[in-house]
Design a protein around this ligand. Sequence first.
Ligand code: FAD
Ligand code: SF4
Length: 397
Amino acid sequence: MSIRIIEENCTGCAVCVRACPFGAIKMENDKAVILDNCTLCGSCADACKFDAIDFQAERGTGMGDLSSYRDVWVFAEQKDGVIDSAAFELLGVGRHLADQLGQDLAAVLIGNKVRPLAQQLIAYGADKVYWLDHADLERFNDELYADNLSYLVERYRPNIVLLAATVYGRSLGPRVAARIGTGLTADCTGLEIDVDTGNLMQTRPAFGGNLMATIVCPDHRPQMATVRPRVMKPLEPDSERSGRILRQQPQLKQGLKTRVLQVVEEAGETVNLLEADIIVSGGRGLGDPKNFTLIEELAQTLGGAVGASRAAVDAGWIPYSHQVGQTGKTVGPKVYFACGISGAVQHLAGMSSSDIIVAINKDPDAPIFKVATYGIVGDVLEILPLITKEFKKALGK
Ligand code: FAD
Ligand code: SF4
């Protein structure tokens, strides 16, 4: 990709300066000048009426013949030598897509001394595992992992690359997509192949879950998507399955912008929100941080996890790791209790795919009731203890 100003065409109108979302263009002697922080988004070229910006959209990899891109890839996220369950879910849907296309399913495994994990990925459906092993790769690092995944993509030209919409996947996927110049659909809940074109149809909730958008990437490869955990089903593992494990040369470098010095596990985090079948979430309607004990007590009674709205997190009532929503975690439990939460679109974006939603709110017109399976209108501080008491009785606790 490239961009340059054609000075003889530039009239000094400065429309491009206003069009640039990154402040990466300025006027000097009545001529536009592109600055170093230009991201090559092309907005200025679209805005210019005088053809004064020569913007070449062709990316570094040179998409060329799209049919030369083959195979479905899954980024096999692992932490401390344990593969994230979301990677198995991706292999489940990836297997389906690869079979539809008549192509192979490959997993990309990056870490340190993670070779034993490769066989697990094969058992869950991978035909091949691209494996990179080095001490520097032991912990996830956005920059280094993006270097390595981009390198593999440029070298092997996969047709589809899937990552889980976890903290790691959401950071890695867009970096790689931007580097290689392709599109990425975030937070997908459905993936299918269009039988007419062979394109990947990537479905995700849009406008706060009010409609489902199906997105295609017809002109660029690979087609990249992050997929919400706990939406796709993993296959039954088959330890007899065989596949190829292909060791790759890690791409390492000095002077990384970030380094992980220490990992501190949060105390008291007993149940993982993403894994929980039952989540009890509290919002501003609790009125006081001490009332979160009511949420914790119900969650504990039911063996569930504690969630929260951003308002509760921003107020400092509970750590960010509990936040559910657009800028928090996306969850899909069997039962989600929303207690004193209004149901803003940003909150719904993270929990509306829950099987059953129970809302407790004193305002009968609160938007949360529009998505609730069961709604209780009343004071959460009175209702929560009653519910917890009944569950304790029923469960013999
Ligand atoms: P409020 O909206 O204040 O609602 C409190 C509710 O409690 C009200 O409905 C009220 O009727 C009820 N209530 C009050 N007292 C009681 C009582 N005694 N008994 C019962 N009910 C009671 N929000 C998120 O949650 N997650 C996100 O990830 C997120 N990301 C965002 C990203 C962006 C870019 C932006 C702009 C916003 C984001 N938000 C997010 C914020 C979101 O818009 C809302 O502000 C937030 O969800 C409100 O939290 P709440 O429902 O707890 O509080
Ligand atoms: Fe700004 Fe995008 Fe033009 Fe670069 S290409 S100057 S970032 S509008």
